[in-house]
Design a protein around this ligand. Structure first.
Ligand code: GTP
Ligand code: MG
Length: 305
């Protein structure tokens, strides 16, 4: 086993793969020898906005910063900024606990088209399997052509079985079968892939709700982990997606993908800080091992380092 499965190793990998330059840009502000608070703070504001923190969240941070900053030393302003971000974001709810040994966790994975759901499921299955958990995947994206094959290929790589029906089958029926199979095989984690859906298309959101209800009915008492997959490169639109899915089906945690290809990354702070939904996992590439557990405190440190 490679060293990158340890926390510090994982953190290192995370840091190397992130293409985030907020710290560098902030450093630039101070190296220009901007002396006055009224010169520094607007520049910080601009950096935050262009780094996908969003206007509303940025404004909250900036007004707090103005209140607290006394001196204009780079270290001090950054320290105050870090402090404010951590305070705001620690308001985010805690991650759900994994189910007890005897019980099952059902991970329902959803999000808009192409965010990285299927890929993330492959990565998550691979990780859980490595932790010696018994994993089963349900192919409930019966809509897109080749979706079942794509998922089955990831499952093969993760060495995890799949419950599948044909293309066009009722996703609810697939989930129904998968729960039966999960019970009879004494599975620890059932992961359900779903078709990509736009957060503002009511019919598709209703369909997702229906799947969630089947889980409630057929697997009562099991831990349901409703995982929204957001693509970090979509910036502020990800916030809107999170809001809508949260209102519609509820969201227990977020998988934030493509952090390796986003030069911004403030979106993670905004999702956690404004919506109070924890980011549980981050996608940092296209390979099966490119999923790291996400810790917002560490992330802020990396962002501002
Ligand atoms: N760089 C990078 N690419 C990623 C990451 N996660 C997923 N991708 C890529 O994003 C693309 C879409 O991934 P999928 O897993 O098919 O996305 P999906 O949400 O299942 O898509 P639909 O089922 O069509 O809605 C693929 O090309 C993946 O390789 C990531 O963390 N980093
Ligand atoms: Mg998919």
């Amino acid at each position: 086993m490679k060293g990158n499965t340890t926390l510090s190793g994982e953190r290192f990998v995370f840091k190397v793969k992130l293409n985030i330059q907020i710290g560098k840009r902030l450093g630039g502000v101070f190296s220009k020898k901007a002396e006055k608070k009224d010169e520094i703070i607007p520049e910080i504001e601009e950096i935050l906005i262009t780094s996908d923190f969003g206007v509303e969240f940025t404004q909250q941070i900036i007004s707090e910063l103005e209140k607290r900053v006394g001196a204009y030393e780079r270290e001090e302003v950054l320290a105050v900024l870090r402090e404010i971000l951590k305070e705001r974001i620690s308001l985010a709810s805690r991650a759900p606990q994994p189910a007890q040994d005897s019980r099952m966790t059902v991970h329902l994975v959803f999000g808009v088209n192409g965010t990285g759901k299927t890929t993330s499921i492959g990565k998550l299955a691979f990780r859980l399997k490595k932790e010696k958990r018994r994993v089963l995947i349900a192919a409930a994206d019966t809509f897109r052509d080749a979706a079942i094959e794509q998922l089955s290929e990831w499952a093969r790589r993760a060495d995890v079985p799949v419950i599948r029906q044909g293309q066009g089958a009722d996703p609810g029926a697939v989930v129904y079968d998968a729960i039966d199979a999960a019970y009879s095989r004494k599975v620890n984690d059932l992961i359900v892939d779903t078709a990509g859906r736009l957060h503002n298309k009511e019919r598709l959101m209703e369909e997702l709700k229906k799947i969630s209800k089947i889980l409630d009915k057929k697997a009562p008492g099991e831990t349901q982990n409703r995982l929204l997959v957001l693509d970090a490169t979509t910036g502020q639109n990800a916030i809107e997606q999170a809001r809508q899915f949260n209102e519609y089906t509820g969201v227990d945690g977020i998988i934030l993908t493509k952090l390796d290809s986003s030069a911004k990354g403030g979106v993670a702070c905004t999702v956690s800080g404004m919506l109070g939904v924890p980011i549980l996992w981050a996608g940092t590439g296209e390979k099966i091992e490119d999923l790291v557990s996400f810790n917002i405190d560490e992330y802020i440190d990396i962002l501002l380092s």
